[in-house]
Design a protein around this ligand. Structure first.
Ligand SMILES: Nc1ncnc2c1ncn2[C@@H]1O[C@H](COP(=O)(O)OP(=O)(O)O)[C@@H](O)[C@H]1O
Ligand SMILES: [Mg+2]
Length: 374
C-alpha cells in the first residue's frame, strides 16, 4: 500500500521506517518549506498547488501533525481514505474543543475558562486562583506545541504581560495542577474498532519540551492503568478513530488522573516503543491505517527515551551504553530543536537508572531526571 503522510518531519520519517518492512511506500506532503524526512518521495507544497500530484501517488493518507488547515484536510478526505479522520484534527486543533469533549465524556480536567481579552484573563485568574491565589496557566486556543503560546500567571496582576506575551485573540485559562507527575496513555484503534493500549509512560519536560519518557513504570497500579485506558477508549470510540491516539494526563497527589490534552498521532512520549515494545507505535499506526491486525503492545524490557535537543553531544560514547539505541532525524543543530532521541532498554530499574545517568552526562543541557518512583 502506498501511504501519503501530511507533514514531512521526524514522525513521518519514523512511520516510513516502520512501514517499509510491511511493504508500504511513502509520499510526504510538506507545507512548511523545510521537510526533514529523507525517505520516500516528498511533494513540496507551500502554496497548496500540488495536492493532485500528491494524491495521485497514494492509496490512503495519514498525518504526523495536526496543525494543518482544516480545508486542506477535508479536501484530502473527500478524495482518499484519511485516517484518523478530519474530525479528530478539528477537535485536537482547538484546546476548547478538546476540553469540551473530555468533559462530555466524563473525563476529568482542571477547571478552566475561555477568555478573549486581558481584562477577562485577569478576571479568570482571580476566579480560578481563588482565595489561596493558586497560579493559572494561560494557553493560546490554537497552534500551541512544545509549551509555546503559554504563560503561567501567579497573580491576576500579571494578566496584561501574559496577554501581550502570548499574542493570541483567544486563550484558555486553566488552574495550575499541582501534579505528582505527567503521564501519557497511547492507544491504537483499528478500522474494525479493535483497540490496544500501551503501558502508561511518565514524562519529564524541560523548558516546555519533552526530555524523558519512561515505560513501563514500577508505580503504576493496574487500577491506574485501567482508568487511563477507559478514558482513551471513550475518546477513540467517540471519534470513530483509526490509528494512534495520545492522551496527556496529570496524576494528582490523591491519585486521580486529569486529562491535559490529546494528540491525534504518534507521539514523542511513545518513541520508547521502537525498542521497548513488541510492536512500535509507528508500526501499529500503519497497521491500523491499512486495516490489518494490530500488534502486541507488551513491553520487551524497561525503557527510557531521552530526547537529544539542540546539540548532538558525544554520540559514539552514548552508543557504548548497553541497551542504547539511537534514532537521529538528520537535522542541523539549533537551540531547542529536537535532533533525535536515544532509547535505553534494561532488565531492571537499577540498571536503567544507571544508563540514564550515563546518557545524561553525555547530552548537553540534559537536566537531572527525577522519576517519581525514585
Ligand atoms: N494546567 C496546568 N497545570 C500545570 N502544568 C501545566 C498545565 N498545563 C500545562 N502544564 C505544563 O505545560 C506543559 C505543556 O502544556 P500542554 O498543554 O501539554 O501544551 P503543549 O501543546 O505545548 O504540549 C505540560 O506538559 C505541563 O508540564
Ligand atoms: Mg503537551
Amino acid at each position: 500500500m502506498r501511504i501519503g503522510i501530511l507533514g514531512a518531519g521526524q514522525l513521518g520519517q519514523m512511520m516510513a521506517l516502520a512501514g517499509y518492512p510491511l511493504g508500504n511506500r511513502f509520499v510526504f506532503l510538506d507545507t512548511s518549506g523545510s521537510p526533514s524526512a529523507d525517505i520516500g518521495t516528498v511533494v513540496m507544497d507551500q502554496a497548496e498547488q500540488s495536492l493532485d500530484q500528491f494524491l495521485q501517488q497514494v492509496d490512503c493518507v495519514t498525518y504526523e501533525f495536526e496543525h494543518l488547515p482544516l480545508s486542506l484536510v477535508k479536501a484530502v478526505e473527500a478524495r482518499k481514505p484519511l485516517y484518523p479522520g478530519s474530525e479528530a484534527i478539528r477537535v485536537c486543533q482547538n484546546r476548547a474543543e478538546e476540553k469540551a469533549l473530555f468533559t462530555r465524556l466524563g473525563i476529568p480536567v482542571a477547571d478552566y475558562r475561555l477568555v478573549s481579552s486581558a481584562e477577562e484573563l485577569a478576571a479568570a485568574a482571580a476566579e480560578l486562583g481563588g482565595a489561596q491565589q493558586i497560579p493559572v496557566v494561560a494557553k493560546s486556543l490554537t497552534e500551541g506545541y512544545d509549551g509555546k503560546g503559554q504563560a503561567v500567571l501567579r497573580t491576576p496582576a500579571e494578566a496584561v504581560d501574559a496577554w501581550n506575551k502570548i499574542g493570541h485573540p483567544e486563550l484558555i485559562v486553566e488552574s495550575f495542577v499541582d501534579f505528582v507527575r505527567e503521564v501519557s496513555m497511547i492507544a491504537v484503534r483499528g478500522r474494525d474498532a479493535q483497540v490496544v493500549f500501551y503501558p502508561i509512560a511518565e514524562n519529564h519536560h524541560s523548558e516546555g519540551i519533552l526530555r524523558y519518557s519512561m515505560a513501563p513504570l514500577p508505580d503504576v497500579s493496574e487500577q491506574l492503568q485501567t482508568v487511563a485506558e477507559g478514558y482513551i477508549h471513550q475518546l477513540l470510540d467517540a471519534l470513530d478513530y483509526v490509528g494512534v491516539l495520545t492522551l496527556e494526563l496529570f496524576q494528582t497527589r490523591d491519585g486521580r488522573l486529569l486529562a491535559n490534552e490529546m494528540a491525534p498521532r504518534v507521539h514523542n512520549s511513545g518513541h520508547w516503543t521502537q525498542n521497548g515494545a513488541v510492536t512500535s507505535q509507528f508500526e501499529n499506526h500503519l497497521r491500523a491505517v491499512q486495516g490489518v491486525p494490530l500488534g502486541s503492545t507488551a513491553p520487551r524490557g524497561l525503557t527510557c527515551m531521552i530526547n537529544i535537543i539542540g546539540e548532538h553531544g558525544d554520540l559514539s560514547a552514548l552508543l557504548e551504553i548497553e541497551g542504547a539505541h539511537l534514532h537521529l532525524y538528520g537535522k542541523e543543530e539549533r537551540a531547542g530543536r529536537k535532533l533525535g532521541h536515544v532509547n535505553l532498554v534494561a532488565d531492571s530499574y537499577e540498571e536503567l537508572l544507571a544508563s540514564v545517568e550515563r546518557a545524561r552526562a553525555l547530552l548537553p543541557g540534559a537536566p537531572e531526571a527525577q522519576f517519581s518512583f525514585i
